[in-house]
Write a protein that binds this ligand. Structure first.
Ligand code: BTN
Length: 247
């Protein structure tokens, strides 16, 4: 990963650009980075605020030989690599929030947006989209967000070198990816679980139509969250908003 890095001062979205390159046959491990995104994309069709020169916006093209149902494992792979890099080089205590956020002090510091091109059982490619708030100042965050946000600068009061961060992150991602391909999901899953903000804790899971209360006991191989309900039953959560129960 990262043998070929394509860098842009401004691009619409590194995910969109990575998809264009992947469609044209770009090799596995190709990385697209930008100083700024004019149409940065978040989950659920939201925007991802992407001001110039302060943060990391990057997308990695992978072509894993794994079943389509296991593609969500790659989200946890990138979450582990982001959180461990923040902890290692910024001296933070980052946590992962299911399914694809990274938190510091309970505030979102990074978001992941993975996209896939696949046909029945066959993955053509996966784009791992990673946005990390590194040197973003308080007044650069959009006002309308309805969840707490932070950056390395806000959390540590120190700037971090974007290139150093990118290099360290890509090395870690590469090592995690090799581990996933050779040893399966278990090692990545264990690392993710040890970084999880609510592991072994009581949570409410908002499914829209109902709210389930239970204890988070881990991840399953398809990336679902395993929730133990109060009657002992294990429920697999595929989508939903997970909030710790404050006691
Ligand atoms: C989220 O909603 O939390 C996911 C945000 C993902 C943002 C990153 S920035 C790099 C890549 N390119 C995009 O357009 N989005 C992702």
């Amino acid at each position: 990963i990262g043998r070929s890095v394509v860098s842009f001062p401004v691009i619409d979205s590194t995910n969109v650009q990575a998809r264009r390159l992947a469609d044209e046959g770009a090799l596995e491990g190709t990385v697209v980075v930008a100083d700024q995104q004019s149409a940065g994309r978040g989950r659920l069709g939201r925007r991802w605020e992407s001001p110039f020169g302060v943060n990391l916006y990057c997308s990695i093209i992978l072509r894993p030989d794994i079943p389509v149902q296991q593609a969500p494992q790659l989200t946890f792979l990138s979450a582990v690599a982001v959180a461990e890099t923040l902890n290692e080089i910024c001296n933070l205590t980052a946590e992962v929030k299911w399914p694809n956020d990274i938190l510091v002090n309970g505030a979102k510091i990074s978001g992941l947006l993975n996209e896939m091109s696949a046909e029945t059982e066959q993955i053509h490619f996966v784009i791992l989209g990673v946005g990390i708030n590194l040197n973003m100042a308080a007044d650069q965050f959009p006002r309308e967000l309805n969840y707490p946000v932070t950056s390395v600068l806000l959390a540590t009061e120190e700037k971090v070198d974007r290139l150093l961060f990118l290099r360290t992150f890509l090395q870690r991602l590469d090592a995690c990816y090799a581990e996933l391909l050779t040893q399966g999901f278990a090692p990545v899953r264990r690392r993710w679980e040890s970084l999880c903000n609510v592991i072994n804790r009581q949570v409410d899971v908002d499914l829209g139509a109902e709210v389930l209360r239970g204890t988070v006991v881990g991840l399953d191989p398809e990336g679902a969250l395993r929730l133990q309900l109060e009657n002992g039953e294990i429920k697999k959560i595929l989508a939903g908003d997970v909030r710790p129960v404050i006691t």
